[in-house]
Design a binder for this molecule. Structure first.
Ligand code: 7ML
Ligand code: ZN
Length: 880
């Protein structure tokens, strides 16, 4: 650790800023090695602050200070104090506005943290959220200080022909020595985390969008020249997003220009900087032969996400970083709705719940469990978590469910009306929703402060005499670090009833009759009585996954098979199949652990055969019904995770289904394999999904015929979806063409970084026996580099987070490999290093031997020299 003990920041300590920065004029003289920043801050005392004569403390990190002046008069060294993290001035004017002029220099090239101003290949770009602006110049780097920005960029005309910043271009000109300048002005006040600048040799595609009030917005997407043929889908996605936000939320874009820049080195997915989004190339670039159908979908979702932030994040921002879920939870909810509307609501909901249940539930159950509004942090970058984002979105979704579509829209309108231009709290959001409806959200607010996943126990009793069904729901939540006891939360439980013939049964409760109800659980235990039921119905509970809880309910395989064939709720129908598979697999895991022979129940084979027999419009949904639960989802449900038994049991089920349903899988494959060029069209996507899942079943048979099928698809594929699907089954199988296929793929795509990422990931995720040594070799591959986060995630991230079987090898070699890489990465990029540690946080879920091995690696990380506070916080809290 560093010399000073890392400081913890607490929500309860929040106070308003003592000073405000009304406006700033920034001049940035760009140079790879030494960029000069001249900043003129117009400052005044905050009328809301109760502190008199407070020192003015500006944050700044890694800056070379050149000069400071106030109201045109230069300071001598006695007139300010400088520390490694700040610049402070005592005795500043309390009554009138004053101008502080600061000059400093920075070195973008040596900035491998990719926070602040840095170099990505030949392009200079910035990332400021959460606290990166302080790496550019001294500032009040907190989201509740909102400022008008005017930015002048100066640079060499050949190296930096394109000079971009937020807002509108207001002036430009030429200078001596082949240099030029551009001035940008952003008419909206914003916190400095939304500042951005980009400079480089960029090309752009342009389009326009006409808003609902008839304003024409100019849209531009900037990329390096070799990527200019991969921007069309991103542009279409942007226009779709703008249209959707007008229709769904009545929100219009507010500047005349919207720019997106794609950069190859980026710590996260993308960033919503006002008028100038900066994106990871992964979420912009797509061409049918380089990007899969899922890539296309993710691009649309992320473009939407960043666009939607313009209202939920930029126009209304967060008071402090504890309120992160205010903008992120709501914006993720909005991008989920958007993607559902553009593609298939059923499929999108299932995909979102899969992510939540596997990854967020694990986070909530582990040592780093925190509420969606955390109470304390050491490094805020560590709190861009699945809990803040995904559970945060679920909490917004529950408000939507409780209020209904119409009142939710009224609530969001009221929220925008009340708080436009402000930096607010999660409480303000919920209050607006409450004011716009008749719903009491008092207890609901506990979702913001209580960590952990609630468990819902459901029991039912049918009374033949009264013709009633009594449903009892009981909620509980296990203790999490720092929260020993938990209270009940407000849980909306969507429910339907099915008659034994599979038809929808009427729900009669409290004198009302309907097809579907939302039960509101607010106490620890509640009982609901449904009347006028001539026969015992089958209950479909927690439809659409109406709350982020674990539902425990006894269900036989027969009952689950019934729901799988009859439920009208697409989520529960799919989930019934998943529960069936899970029950069967857990039975087989028991058999494996006791050394018994394995046998697959015909009930499961029949259920799959039955699904295949039906006719499906939504082939993507059909393909989800044929997918087995993932290994990590199964692991999440075991007391002591047995990675080997999980893998064996699941493979056994897959292979047995392939044997029994071989003819059906072959028929489906032939029916839907069209060798299409890979257009982003829902029909074609569905055909590829179903065909490729059939291919993966057939591949488990390890027959010459299956090898040929995969080989033929691999070599003739005209789109990346089919090519990757084929390569993936080749790599998983004993197919003799494996080495050669991997090599030819590499040669074909060695100049497309994003495709090479896929090549690394595929090998890192393989269950093949030699995967560990493959990963070791790939770390030494010339195309591997620790300075590129996408590459790190594609190899180290994939191996540690998506290869449960090999990462958790009994001898601990997976853990050791990860710790070595985390320690190496720590000094290059602390944010990415810290994210990589997350694979080690779940140690309590394993057997005693593995626990010892993992703990030893965590300790090695904590004690490593110069460990960053990012990595320190995650590793040390994991050990508690
Ligand atoms: C979520 C983002 C960050 C971190 C993007 C960075 C963002 C912060 C930024 C959903 C879709 C795409 C990206 C992200 C994500 C982790 C995840 N403000 O816009 O939230
Ligand atoms: Zn976001």
């Amino acid at each position: 650790m560093q010399d000073t003990k890392p400081q913890t920041i607490y929500l309860k300590d929040y106070t308003v800023p003592e000073y405000l920065i009304e406006s700033v004029e920034l001049t940035v003289i760009l140079d790879e090695l030494k960029t000069r920043v001249v900043s003129k801050l117009t400052i005044q005392k905050n009328p809301k602050s109760k502190v008199d004569n407070a020192a003015l403390v500006l944050q700044g990190e890694g800056l070379e200070l050149v000069s400071v002046a106030m109201d045109g008069v230069a300071f001598n060294e006695a007139q300010y104090k400088q520390s490694a993290e700040s610049l402070s001035v005592d005795n500043v004017p309390q009554e009138q506005v004053f101008v502080l002029a600061i000059e400093n220099t920075i070195n973008p090239k040596s900035n491998t943290s990719l926070e602040g101003l840095y170099l990505s290949s030949t392009m200079l770009c910035t990332q400021c959220e959460a606290e990166g602006f302080r790496k550019i110049t001294y500032f009040l780097d907190r989201p509740d200080v909102m400022t008008l920005f005017k930015t002048t960029l100066i640079g060499d005309k050949d190296k930096y022909p394109v000079l971009l910043s937020n807002g509108n271009k207001v002036a430009e000109g030429e200078l001596q020595n082949n240099r030029h300048w551009v001035t940008w002005e952003d008419p909206f006040k914003k916190p400095c985390y939304l500042f951005a600048l980009v400079a480089g040799q960029l090309e752009c595609i342009e389009d326009t969008f006409t808003t609902m009030t008839g304003r024409e917005i100019s849209l531009q997407i900037f990329v390096e020249s070799h990527d200019i043929d991969k921007c069309d889908h991103a542009m279409q996605s942007l226009k779709n997003s703008m249209q959707w936000d007008e229709e769904a939320y009545g929100r219009e874009y507010d500047l005349d220009l919207y720019m997106i820049v794609a950069v190859g080195h980026f710590n996260m997915g993308a960033m919503e900087n006002k008028g100038l989004n900066v994106f990871n190339t992964k979420f912009v670039l797509a061409r049918p032969d380089t990007a899969t159908d899922s890539d296309y979908e993710h691009i649309e979702g992320v473009i939407g996400h960043e666009y939607f932030h313009n209202w939920t994040g930029n126009r209304i921002t967060c008071r402090d970083w504890f309120q992160l879920s205010l903008k992120e939870g709501f914006t993720v909810f909005r991008d989920q709705q958007f993607t559902g509307d553009q593609t298939s609501r059923a499929v999108k909901r299932i995909e979102d719940v899969k992510l939540l249940r596997v990854r967020q539930f694990a986070e909530d159950a582990g040592p780093l469990s925190h509420p969606i509004r955390p109470e304390a942090y050491i490094e805020i970058n560590n709190f861009y978590t699945l809990t803040v984002y995904e559970k945060g979105a679920e909490v917004v979704r529950m408000i939507h469910t409780l209020l209904g579509e119409e009142d939710f829209r009224k609530g969001s309108d009221l929220y925008f009306q009340r708080h436009d231009g402000q930096a607010v709290t999660c409480e303000d959001f919920v209050n607006a929703m409450e004011s716009a409806s008749d719903i009491d959200l008092g207890l609901f607010k506990r979702w913001y402060s209580q960590a952990g996943t609630p468990v819902l126990e459901a029991t039912e009793r049918y009374n033949e005499q009264d013709k009633t069904l009594t449903l009892t729901l009981k909620q509980s939540c296990a203790a999490t670090p720092g929260q020993a006891t938990k209270g009940p939360v407000h849980i909306p439980v969507k429910l339907g009833l099915l008659a034994t013939d599979g038809s929808v049964a009427n729900i009669c409760i409290d004198g009302f009759v309907s097809n579907e109800v939302i039960l509101e659980l607010i106490q620890e235990q509640q009982t609901f009585v449904f009347e006028q039921l001539d026969k015992k119905p089958v209950v479909s509970l927690l439809r659409g996954f109406s709350a982020p809880v674990v539902l425990n309910k006894q269900q036989s395989l027969e009952e689950l098979a019934f729901l799988l064939s009859h439920d009208v709720d697409t989520f529960n129908r799919w989930d019934a199949g998943q529960k069936m598979c899970s029950q069967v697999i857990f039975g087989l895991i028991d058999n494996i652990q006791q050394g018994q022979a394995l046998q697959l129940t015909p009930l499961l084979v029949d259920a799959f055969a039955n699904v295949i027999q039906q006719s499906w419009d939504d082939l993507s949904y059909f393909s989800l019904l044929l997918s087995l639960p993932a290994e990590n989802y199964l692991a999440g449900q075991m007391d002591v995770v047995d990675v080997v038994a999980i893998h064996q049991a699941r493979e056994f089920v897959k292979k047995t289904l392939a044997e029994k349903l071989q003819e059906q899988f072959k028929e489906l494959y032939q029916r839907y394999h069209k060798d299409e060029s890979g257009l982003f069209d829902s029909g074609a996507i569905g055909r590829r999904r179903i065909k490729n899942i059939c291919l993966s079943y057939l591949a488990t048979l390890e027959t010459e015929e299956s090898y040929q099928l995969a080989g033929k698809q691999f070599s003739s594929a005209k789109n990346m979806t089919d090519q990757m699907a084929a390569l993936s089954v080749i790599v998983e199988s004993k197919n003799p063409a494996k080495v050669q296929s991997l090599e030819s793929f590499y040669q074909q795509w060695k100049n497309e970084a994003l495709v090479i990422d896929k090549w690394f990931t595929l090998q890192a995720c393989s269950s093949a026996e030699d995967t560990f040594s493959t990963v070791q070799n790939l770390l030494k591959h010339p195309a591997f580099e620790l300075t590129n986060p996408n590459r790190v995630r594609s190899l180290i991230g994939a191996f540690s987070q998506a290869n449960q079987l090999h990462f958790n090898a009994e001898n601990g070699q997976g853990y050791q490999l990860l710790a070595d890489q985390v320690i190496a990465l720590n000094s290059i990029n602390p944010q990415v290093a810290s994210r990589m540690v997350s694979a080690l946080t779940q140690w309590k879920r394993f057997d005693a031997d593995r626990q010892t091995l993992i703990k030893a690696e965590l300790e090695r990380i904590v004690n490593a020299e110069n460990i960053s506070k990012d990595v320190y916080e995650i590793a040390s809290k994991s050990l508690l």
